[in-house]
Write a protein that binds this ligand. Sequence first.
Ligand code: FAD
Length: 220
Amino acid sequence: MTNAFVPDPASDPASESASESASESTCGGVNAVSPPLVVADPGAYGWDARCDVAVIGFGAAGACAALEAARGGLGVIVAERFEGGGASARSGGVVYAGGGTPYQQAAGYRDTPEAMAAYLRQEVGDAVGHATLQAFCARSTGMIAWLEQLGARFAATVPPRKTSYPAQDYYLYYSGNEAVADYARHAEPAPRGHRCKGRGMSGHVLYGVLRRAVLAQAGT
Ligand SMILES: Cc1cc2nc3c(=O)[nH]c(=O)nc-3n(C[C@H](O)[C@H](O)[C@H](O)COP(=O)(O)OP(=O)(O)OC[C@H]3O[C@@H](n4cnc5c(N)ncnc54)[C@H](O)[C@@H]3O)c2cc1C
């Protein structure tokens, strides 16, 4: 990775105005729309950077894209308007994965990429193309392994009953409608919500793993 532009709140005038506006943006529990950010001194930035891949937004998707592009030998710039993290760092940290992950197997569930695809097709209709859906399911166990080699941790503990989000110490669960009869009729059900290990809503843990990997790749 040749470059990573992640704002430093201590020195970035845009970040300064961002934190000011953030502190002013809550009124009566409702988040107001923040005013546009203004760069006080455009001359302080180099606008002529070159790269092979420009990643706009340093959430989980941007971090993953940046890592894969950089590991493929491409020069990457990551541009983030705030501090990074976005919804990813505030999420539940649940990774939808199946097709026979080690955690599904350890918990005693049989799953296949075909069963996973058959379930997801019911949910996504024609919004996702055939090749994309097949690839997502076929590569799902690999995605978990990819996250693990970065440092993410998962587990095979399944909560005793259906929940919208597993309580502490439970990390594998039915995060969708897989076990509902109308769906299970067309696709063998299996729990596929792999919650990243961590206390509470563990999206901050999962995002932290990705963020650290990007910064390490960038040498910052
Ligand atoms: C409460 C909550 C819980 C959730 N739980 C889960 C869950 O457990 N599992 C799951 O799969 N999904 C969950 N989701 C959904 C999930 O969080 C999002 O789908 C996911 O984080 C999107 O990732 P992203 O990288 O695309 O976007 P983000 O993580 O939002 O990152 C986008 C980044 O882009 C930056 N940005 C935006 N515009 C610009 C710009 N013009 N220039 C520069 N930077 C810009 C933002 O500041 C931000 O940092 C949850 C969502 C919420 C709200």
